[in-house]
Design a protein around this ligand. Sequence first.
Ligand SMILES: [Zn+2]
Length: 354
Amino acid sequence: MSECEAQSLPTEMTAARVEAHGHLDALKLRTIAVPHPGPGEVLVSVRAAGLNHLDLWVRKGVPGHTFPLPLTPGCDGAGVVIALGPGTRRAKIGDEVIIAPGLSCGVCAACVRGNDPLCTQYGILGETRDGTCAEYVLVPEANLLPRPSQVPWPLAGCFALVSLTAWTMLVDRARLQPGETILVLAGGSGVGSLAIQIGRYIGCRVIATAGGSEKCARLRTLGADETIDHNTEGISERVLELTDQQGVNVVFEHVGEATWDESLRSLAWGGRLVTCGATTGAKATIQLRRLFFKSQSILGSTMGPRGNLHTLVKLLDRGILTPQLSETLPLRDLREAHRKLEAREVFGKVAVIP
Ligand SMILES: [Zn+2]
């Protein structure tokens, strides 16, 4: 970066900060110094940041886990490159980008194989270093993806984490095949609504759950063939009815304790259950006899190879995958955005604009 460019950069910015874990008031808006890009890094002016359940954990804290506080939360975002660190090779000032949330060393065996979530130094923006809920964010150049020009900023800013998670679960981990049937739990969530669209794109029959007839109707517009209202219907009972008592080939889980048993009961012989989360609790039991007799698989998945995002951005560009954006709020209303996400008042995503 030349001295001239350095002088034209802002020196201070507004950023959300978690200084100590807690309730909504643990989110503070602070004026802090704008960081300078180090080797291989770029500074992005954030146009929109997408919230995820991870933001809630960063704010509340996780027993037994240490976050590097104080920390700016926010894993997802999109914006414009405004400064380049030494040694950057592809990025240019003015590039409009979507930010990939995963961080890894780039040189270990897992990274070289393209399986960066298995890197021992794997981290996520807004969890292990300052994230996107700020006017500016520093990211490695390798985390930049081109923003399709017709995709509005708030949609671009909340696409990466959910699409990467859902795609990796279904395509890489569960090896979902055309013609199979999948059950998507909580289809109205950020990750669930992407899973419905991916299942449909691959050519599967998609059964999805949600609470209430209104949400169920929205899931059908996203591509769900059948919906189950979990407020009034038993999930596995209804799945077995819909599948001629066979069950589904793949269960897309992220709810955890509240649905785990119903999810397992919905699984066909040879079925695969893939999970990326436990928003209602992490304790679960498994009937081992059922598991081995039926040759079933239980698969864990976190995030996904960064390379998958280059495919996913093309599907975003073509309108095949679209994040469901429920609301866009100014960054100063971040507490309200957290509250809505935590109270499950939203369908899909919430974005904030710095
Ligand atoms: Zn690595």
